[in-house]
Every structure is written in structure tokens, then in C-alpha cells.
Design a protein around this ligand. Structure first.
Ligand code: PMP
Length: 376
């Protein structure tokens, strides 16, 4: 709940735009590295506890200047979003994918750490203006997009632990290429049993910067064993929760009924409410259930997965998130075992993951007209 709801909200009509006089050279598509280069401009909106949201500004991309005592540096008053703008090849329009979902999630994150909330529609409007201004950074080639990073920080200069009296919401944009430039590449996971990402009553369902830094050391430990990502487990039952920074889907044949099931962990407060996760579930209910699949939000234990594998009932496993859409999983290292997740040696993706990627990408780029595609 917004503790400051009586103050002025974000007002896009008050936008002030200062264009750059030193436009950047475009990085060739083949040289794009995720999140390394940024567009010419950024959007900034300051907030104070006495004035609410101040007039939005689009300015040249630039450094922030903050006092060393600023509360974000000490107590991690920071939350963010990850979303993309796509260029539609049919009508050359720019499109966002379900931006209302990102706004909803960002407001939940902000409220949890005593940062101000805002009207999502207003920020979407302003993000659209930033994308339009930096449109030349968005390649029309399939697989390319503009990664958008809305960020909200507490900016009050104080070492006192309390609600920030001022904040800054800014949006930066980074041109990105396809996650798999040469087609799918299945990944290998370490089922991490010595560290937990999230716990009941915690903040694992919020997109707080503070949730991400502690995941790097386990990530390095997995990488040392030649594995790409951590598979995060929870509790003595070793429930499967998420993979790296993606939600996880398991395709299994039900032991009793033999029915094919698409399963993912339920939103119990420990799972990030992925926009891709929600989209995969909706599309599966619409397009896979008529083919006989059962789609369910239900926990799968590591032991259930291992049993399915040894009984030949494990069909496929994939991660789902904005960066890759889907990331097929080849195998999972668990205790002293390696579980093979249904892919044949020459295969890089299972059927469900491939179809999901096609469906979602089709909507993102406007090949298929769909209410999830938001025209800027
Ligand atoms: N889980 C975590 C922990 C994440 O950081 C992300 C990326 N935001 C996801 C899942 C996937 O979410 P989305 O589909 O909204 O990108």
C-alpha cells in the first residue's frame, strides 16, 4: 500500500526533453553484449515526500551524482524491472510486451521497501516516448530488441534507517541481440543444496537488487563445475523453485494417469512473478490443454524429478524469462547424480519450449496480433 498516496502522481504532460548533441555510434548487431551499451537518452523522475512526483525529464544518458551517505548505498533501497521494446517488421511500429505486468510488479517491489508507488500507465507512456526518441537503436532484425531497465532508488542523504524522504525513478535502455545467436543452446544446471535464494515471508517474489548480489557466489561455484546456472531448491523436500533468473517449467508424464503435465512452482511468495511464466501458463492452457496436456502450478520435488527421469517419464525442462524467453535444460547435477532432462544428444530444445518461444516471439514482434502486444 502506498503510504504517500495523497501526493501528486507522475504527470507525463509535464515532460521536459533535452536531446543529446553527441549521438552515439550504433554498435553493429553482431557485437552487441547484453546490458553493455546504452542509448542516447534516459528518463528520470524525482520524488520527494513533500511534493510527490516532480516533472519527468528525458535527458542525454549521464552519470548520477549522489552523496556517499545516500540511503540506497547503505540499506539497498532499490528495485528494478526488466522489459523489452520490439520493432514490428510488418508495420514498423514499436511494441512493448505486457508492460502493465512490469508496472504492477515494480509497484509491489517499491511498496515493500518503503519507496513511492506510481501509476503504471503514466510510466508506460513515458517509456514509450523514450523508446521513440531512441528508436534508431532498435534493430528490425528478428531476435533484436531494446532492453529497458526501469530502476527506483531511495536518494535521501542519511545513515538513519527509515523510509527514504526522496527517491529517483529512472529508465535506461540497452540494445540487445538474441539470447542464442545461433539457435537454441540447452543449458546444464547445478541443483544448489547449500544456499537458498528465497524463503517464506521473505522478499524473493520482489524484484529487489538485494536479491541478486547473493546469487553470484553460488553461480560461480556452479560455473566452476562447468554448469551454466543454479537450480534453486527449497526446504528438506527439495522443492524446485527457479533457475538462475528464470522461472522453471517441467514437462512430465503423470505416474498414475500417464497424462502429460506442464508444471511450475506456485506463486507462494518465494517465486518471482515472471511475466514470461504467466504468458507460458496462459498459452499452455489455451493451446496445449486442448491437445491433452494438464497445466498446473504445483511444486515438484527433486526426488520426483529423479524418479520421472529413471522411469522414462521426464519429457523436458526449460527456464522462462524475458532475456531468453525460454532456456531448454539438458541436464541437472544433483547430489552425485546427473539427471538427463529428455533431450536427445543432437537436440538443443524440446517441443514445448520451441513452440512456446515461437508463440511468444510471434506476439512480441506483432506477427500475431494479440492484446499482450502494446503499440507505442
Ligand atoms: N525469476 C527471477 C529471479 C528473475 O530475476 C526473473 C527475471 N525478471 C524471472 C524469474 C523471469 O521473469 P520475467 O519473465 O518477468 O522476465
Amino acid at each position: 500500500d502506498d503510504i504517500y498516496s495523497k501526493l501528486p502522481g507522475i504527470d507525463p504532460s509535464k515532460l521536459e526533453v533535452t536531446k543529446t548533441i553527441t549521438p552515439k555510434a550504433l554498435v553493429p548487431n553482431k557485437d552487441l553484449v547484453f546490458g553493455r551499451t546504452f542509448t542516447d537518452h534516459m528518463l528520470s523522475i524525482e520524488w520527494t515526500a513533500s511534493q510527490g512526483w516532480l516533472p519527468p525529464r528525458i535527458t542525454p544518458y549521464q552519470n548520477l551524482s549522489l552523496d556517499p551517505a545516500t540511503c540506497v548505498f547503505h540499506y539497498a533501497f532499490e528495485c528494478f524491472e526488466g522489459m523489452k521494446a520490439y520493432k514490428c517488421l510488418k508495420d514498423n511500429s514499436l511494441r512493448l510486451f505486457r508492460p502493465d505486468k512490469n508496472m504492477e510488479r515494480m509497484n509491489k517491489s517499491a511498496a515493500r521497501i518503503a519507496l513511492p508507488t506510481f501509476e503504471g500507465d503514466k510510466l508506460i507512456d513515458l517509456i514509450g516516448k523514450l523508446c521513440k526518441l531512441d528508436e534508431r537503436f532498435i534493430s528490425a532484425e528478428k531476435g533484436y530488441s531494446l532492453y529497458l531497465r526501469p530502476t527506483l532508488i531511495g536518494t535521501q542523504r542519511t545513515l538513519g534507517v527509515g523510509p527514504p524522504g526522496s527517491a529517483l525513478l529512472y529508465v535506461i535502455a540497452s540494445p540487445v541481440g538474441p539470447y542464442y545467436p545461433t539457435g537454441f543452446k540447452a543449458i546444464s544446471l547445478e541443483a544448489t543444496d547449500y544456499a537458498v535464494r528465497s524463503w517464506p515471508g521473505g522478499v524473493g517474489d520482489k524484484k529487489l537488487g538485494a536479491n541478486y548480489a547473493p546469487c553470484i557466489v553460488p553461480q560461480l561455484r556452479a560455473a566452476k563445475k562447468g554448469l551454466h546456472q543454479n537450480l534453486w531448491l527449497f526446504g528438506p523436500e527439495e522443492y524446485i523453485t527457479e533457475v538462475g533468473t528464470m522461472n522453471l517449467f517441467v514437462c512430465i508424464k503423470n505416474k498414475e494417469t500417464g497424462q502429460k503435465e506442464l508444471l511450475t512452482a506456485p506463486l507462494d511468495g518465494t517465486i518471482l512473478e515472471g511475466v514470461t511464466r504467466d504468458s507460458v501458463l496462459a498459452l499452455a492452457r489455451e493451446r496445449l490443454e486442448p491437445e491433452g496436456w494438464n497445466v498446473a502450478e504445483r511444486y515438484v520435488k527433486m526426488q520426483d524429478l529423479a524418479d520421472a527421469e529413471s522411469e522414462g517419464r521426464l519429457i523436458e525442462v526449460f527456464g522462462a524469462g524475458t532475456a531468453a524467453i525460454v532456456a531448454p535444460v539438458r541436464n541437472i547435477a544433483w547430489k552425485d547424480r546427473i539427471l538427463h532432462c529428455g533431450l536427445k544428444p543432437h537436440e538443443e530444445a524440446g517441443e514445448v519450449a520451441s513452440r512456446m518461444k515461437g508463440w511468444i516471439e510471434g506476439i512480441q514482434y506483432g506477427d500475431e496480433e494479440h492484446p499482450w502486444s502494446y503499440k507505442i
